[in-house]
Design a protein around this ligand. Structure first.
Ligand code: SME
Length: 153
């Protein structure tokens, strides 16, 4: 997607989500709203959703797209890397990411953003997959991080 078009769309979505989430007190409701809006606004989002840390495991939360793994093997793959490294992980080609967990073999590139509570502790991740290589860049990183901050703020 062209850079300016992508940035403009993210700016509009950020405002829309800010308005929608302001009325909610519930993290799951916020995650469901974010996945639905993002998935329906970006054609290249093939899978878009959350994994939540529950009793030390990563369990699938609200999402849009094809059926995904319900539990992710501990300390393996991109989602756990985001949690363990405490930062956004951009994966231009999933086949080159050691330990990548393929819930759907059509996924080719991926971005994972850790979700923090008000104290700065990570309690979930947002995961977005694309069927194309190299789909995610610095613009996705910046705006998805801003959007994710709406959950705790
Ligand atoms: N690829 C992820 C697993 C989740 S699916 O992409 C929906 C990972 O390696 O953690």
């Amino acid at each position: 997607m062209e850079k300016n078009k992508k940035e403009g769309r993210y700016q509009r979505i950020f405002l829309q989500l800010g308005d929608l989430l302001q009325k909610s007190e519930n993290d799951i409701a916020k995650m469901a709203t974010i996945s639905a809006v993002l998935f329906n606004k970006f054609e290249y989002f093939f899978w878009c959703g959350f994994y939540r840390i529950v009793d030390g495991e990563l369990i699938v939360g609200p999402y849009q797209g094809p059926v995904a793994c319900q539990v992710l093997q501990k300390n393996k793959g991109v989602c756990w890397a985001g949690i363990n490294q405490k930062e956004t992980i951009l994966v231009p080609n999933v086949e080159e990411f050691p330990g990548h967990i393929a819930c759907d073999s059509r996924s080719k590139s991926e971005i994972v953003i850790p979700v923090k509570n008000k104290s700065g502790e990570i309690f979930a991740v947002l995961d977005v997959d694309s069927k194309e290589l190299n789909s995610f860049d610095e613009i996705d990183k910046i705006y998805l991080e801003k959007i994710i901050n709406l959950i705790s703020n």
